[in-house]
Design a protein around this ligand. Structure first.
Ligand code: F6R
Length: 609
């Protein structure tokens, strides 16, 4: 997704701009550009492709100016190209803008501006912004920016630069993240904290509707009406190293290996010391509250949606409340039956996913109570929801989500058990037993991670197959969906997950000799049925790799390869079975020489529709 940086101070702006953009590369992008105020003019350079292409263009001609803005673009309006890359300028080159998000009314604005003689050179929605600024500017930079903001509709984080106002950068936020980093004699702007963390830990995290007027030794925040906003400095406590690879070849592998710690962190402070109960300090729910809810929706996208499917299982099984799970992109447009008796739980690692945020806003509009499960403190979704519980997984950099998923699972499990305690739908003995097993999960993930050699071998053996199928029943099916997503997104192998019982309703036709099938068989309640599905695919000469719990002696009788995970309750086993699937996807991608951390066409944080 697009990244924004800005600098104002006494140093050569280009140095921070390129460094900051490099730190944001993990967000995914297809072109990059910078603009630096050089006094006589604003220097602009852009290049399609990786940042190296931009650096190449800047070789021996880096601008000296000390005020600048930069951007990495992920194409939405118009294909990736030099012209469509940001920053964008007006007709005179005096106003320059970078933008994340979408200007929804850009077509009508563009037509109007063209009729007034403005010349457009890109296909982007963003380009209307500098032209609007040119149109309304009468010498008052701040006033003109406010006027522009009143004309545009949509979502944005925007940074404005003006040749004639070299002492000021202005930025504005609506539904897209934006942070101002506070330095000494210099200030920084970025769409994400990693871009500025090596420069400063003191920040202002902008809220929707806020505008920051950033000079080299001051930052003033106002609202859209021009009134002063008093903001507290937010001190970033996580260190820069946490956002680096820490010795692993890829962020994804590092994050897979961080899972024991991540799930432990998620649990910490939420399990009563004596192991008798779950505590959710953030929620303070009681029986009255839960009795007032007659339906729960879990709404999310991608991997977070898969975590939602498991969450549904947990809540229904433990707390006996009806739960529907929906994709945010579907839910938001399908007139869902939601009212004040509905609890909507949105799950989002980034807390910025556009569809999830919109679904949340729609739920609130319909009167629902809302809860966000997210990893990013202060994210848009965290701020928008009535209540929020954080997964505390630490920053997730790789595009493919791993530790976010397992921490979401842990959190949904604890939430379900917490609800069950209030509802008294699970006995104290069973609660204790589950908490005891829950506490063992971090160590069991470590154990699962310690035996990767067979997984590497399978990845090498089958990494060049065109299709892979994943099958399972009950929670195994939910994990199969996640395993298939991991494989397709980073290795580009066509991977599909099916509920094993569905095979004979169509998919079995695709199972022929040599097709790899990953079969999860950990759910005791449906074990026999799963086994007969496995025999069905085996009979068609598929290559079946089983995923089973330690102690399973049955599966090995039928399969050549079985990967075992430690034994636990069948409710908790998804936290273990997903690990070999993540590793399988990772090593298959390595086998095929794919760019694991930045898979093609994908972005870490999907802040546009
Ligand atoms: C897949 C992946 C995506 C995200 C999805 C939602 O590995 O990462 O499917 O899960 O884009 O993102 P968040 O959780 O940030 O809302």
């Amino acid at each position: 997704m697009c990244g924004i940086v800005g600098y104002i101070g006494d140093k050569k702006a280009v140095e921070f701009l390129l460094e900051g953009l490099t730190k944001l590369e993990y967000r995914g992008y297809d072109s990059a550009g910078i603009a630096v105020n050089c006094g006589v003019n604003i220097f602009v350079e852009k290049a399609v492709g990786r940042l190296d292409a931009l650096k190449e263009k800047l070789k021996n001609r880096e601008p000296e100016g000390t005020v600048g803005i930069g951007h990495t673009r992920w194409a939405t309006h118009g294909r990736p190209s030099d012209l469509n890359a940001h920053p964008h300028t007006d007709c005179t080159g005096k106003f320059v803008v970078v933008h994340n998000g979408i200007i929804e009314n850009y077509m009508s604005l563009k037509e109007d501006l063209i009729s007034r003689g403005h010349k457009f050179i890109s296909e982007t929605d963003t380009e209307v912004v500098p032209h609007l600024l040119e149109e309304v500017y009468k010498g008052d930079f701040i006033g003109a920016v406010r006027e522009v903001l009143n004309k545009i509709e949509g979502s944005y984080s925007l940074v404005f630069m003006s040749k004639d106002n070299p002492e000021t950068l202005i930025c504005a936020k609506q539904d897209n993240p934006l942070v101002v980093g506070l330095g000494k004699g210099e200030n920084f702007i970025a769409s994400d904290i990693p871009a500025i963390i090596s420069k400063t830990r003191d920040t202002y995290i902008l809220n929707d509707g806020e505008i920051a007027i950033v000079k080299k030794d001051s930052v003033k925040i106002i609202n859209r009406r021009g009134e002063d906003v008093q903001k507290k400095v937010f001190r970033v406590t996580w260190n820069a190293e946490a956002a680096e690879k820490g010795g692993y070849e890829h962020f994804m592998l590092k994050e897979i290996h961080e899972q024991p710690k991540a799930v432990r962190d998620t649990m910490s402070e939420r399990v009563l010391k004596d192991g008798s109960a779950i505590v959710m300090e953030e929620l303070h729910w009681d029986k009255n509250f839960l009795d007032s809810i007659n339906k729960i929706y879990i709404v999310a996208c991608g991997t977070a949606y898969h975590a939602g499917l498991v969450g549904k299982f947990y809540i229904e099984k433990l707390a006996r409340k009806l739960v529907e799970v929906d994709l945010a992109s579907e839910y938001r447009y399908r007139d869902p039956i939601v009212d004040e008796k509905t609890l909507v739980i949105v799950i989002s690692q980034s807390g910025e996913t556009s569809d999830t945020l919109a679904a949340l806003k729609e739920s609130k509009r319909l009167g629902a109570k809302t809860l966000a499960v997210t990893n990013v403190v202060g994210s848009s979704i965290a701020r928008e929801a009535d209540q929020v519980v954080y997964t505390w997984a630490g920053p997730e950099i790789a595009v493919a989500s791993t530790k976010a998923y397992t921490t979401q699972l842990i959190l949904m499990f604890m939430l379900a058990l917490y609800m069950a305690q209030i509802q008294k739908t699970v006995s104290p003995e069973r609660t204790r037993e589950l908490i005891e097993l829950l506490k063992k999960i971090p160590a069991q993930i470590s154990e699962t991670l310690s035996d990767v050699d067979p997984i590497k071998t399978f990845a090498r053996q089958y990494g060049f197959n065109e299709d892979v199928f994943y099958i399972g029943r009950s929670l195994d099916y939910d994990v199969a969906l996640e395993g298939a997503l991991k494989l397709k997104e980073i290795s580009y192998i066509h991977a599909e997950a099916y509920a094993s019982g569905e095979l004979k309703h169509g998919t079995l036709a695709l199972i022929v000799e040599g097709v790899p099938v990953i079969a999860l068989a950990t759910q005791k309640s449906v074990y026999e049925k799963t086994l007969s599905n496995i025999k069905e695919v085996k009979a068609r000469d598929a290559v079946v790799i089983g995923i089973a719990a330690a102690g399973d002696t049955e599966l090995e009788k039928y399969l050549d390869h079985v990967i075992f995970v430690p034994e636990t309750d069948e409710l908790l086993i998804p936290l273990l079975t997903v690990v070999p699937l993540q590793l399988l996807a990772y090593y298959a991608a390595i086998t095929r020489g794919c760019d694991v951390d930045k898979p093609r066409n994908l972005a870490k944080s999907v802040t546009v529709e």
